[in-house]
Design a protein around this ligand. Structure first.
Ligand code: ZN
Length: 212
C-alpha cells in the first residue's frame, strides 16, 4: 500500500513544511499547512485570524475546534491524496481525524520529524519565508535574491513567530500536546520516525524510504 493520507508531526523548525511540500510534489498529493493558513488569516484580519492571533503570538496552539474546522473543511474539498502539516496537533484532534476518515484511517501515515534542539534553534533564527507563496529558505538565500521571492516576486522575510522565546514556548507545547499524538499513531502502527538533520534532499531520501 502506498499511503495517500499523510500527517506531519514535529517540533517547530523540524523541516515538516519543506518535507511536506517535497512529498506532495513527488507523489502528486495536495498539501496544506494549517499554521501557514492561520498566519495568512491573521495577516488579512479575517474573523478566523482575529480568533487565532492571541494564541499564535504567545506560541500556543489554537483551540481544537478551530483547528479541526480549518483542517476538515480543507480535506472535504480535496480530491485524491493529501499531506497535512500542523494538524492534528493534539490527541482529541487525532481522534477526530480518525473519526472523520472512517475505514480510510488505516491508510493514514504519520511522519515524526526528529532532531536536536540546538539545530532547531539555529534554523528558527535562519528561516525566511515568502509572504505571497509557499517558498521557504534561509537568510543567506533570501539575501542572494535581494529579498524578493524567486518564484513569485513577493517579499521574503522572517515569520512573525520565529524568535527564540516563541520557539521555546512552541517546543514546550509540542512536547506536552503533540508527542502524545505520535504515541497514539505508534500504538496503531502508523508512525514513521524521520531523522531530520541534513539537507532537505538528504532528509527527503529518508522520508521516501520510510514510506516505500
Ligand atoms: Zn513567493
Amino acid at each position: 500500500m502506498s499511503a495517500s493520507a499523510i500527517v506531519l508531526l514535529g517540533p517547530p523548525a523540524s523541516g515538516k513544511g519543506t518535507q511536506g511540500r517535497l512529498l506532495a510534489k513527488e507523489k502528486m498529493l495536495s498539501y496544506f499547512s494549517t499554521g501557514k493558513q492561520l498566519r495568512q488569516e491573521v495577516k488579512v484580519g479575517s474573523l478566523l485570524g482575529k480568533e487565532a492571533e492571541p494564541y499564535l503570538v504567545t506560541g500556543h496552539y489554537v483551540p481544537d475546534e478551530l483547528a479541526l474546522a480549518l483542517a476538515t473543511a480543507w480535506i472535504r474539498k480535496v480530491k485524491g491524496g493529501w499531506v497535512l502539516d500542523g494538524f492534528p496537533r493534539t490527541l482529541p484532534q487525532a481522534e477526530e481525524l480518525d473519526q472523520a476518515l472512517g475505514v480510510d484511517s488505516d491508510c493514514l501515515r504519520a511522519l515524526l520529524m526528529e532532531g536536536p534542539v540546538a539545530e532547531l534553534e539555529r534554523r528558527v533564527t535562519d528561516r525566511r519565508e515568502c509572504t505571497g507563496c509557499p517558498w521557504t529558505g534561509t537568510k543567506v538565500q533570501a539575501e542572494a535574491f535581494g529579498g524578493a521571492c524567486p518564484s513569485c516576486g513577493g517579499r521574503l522575510g522572517q515569520r512573525d513567530d520565529d524568535d527564540l522565546e516563541n520557539f521555546r514556548q512552541r517546543l514546550k507545547v509540542f512536547e506536552e500536546l503533540t508527542l502524545p499524538v505520535a504515541e497514539y499513531y505508534e500504538q496503531s502502527g502508523r508512525l514513521l520516525r524521520i531523522w531530520g538533520v541534513g539537507t532537505p534532499a538528504e532528509v527527503f531520501k529518508r522520508v521516501k524510504s520510510e514510506l516505500a
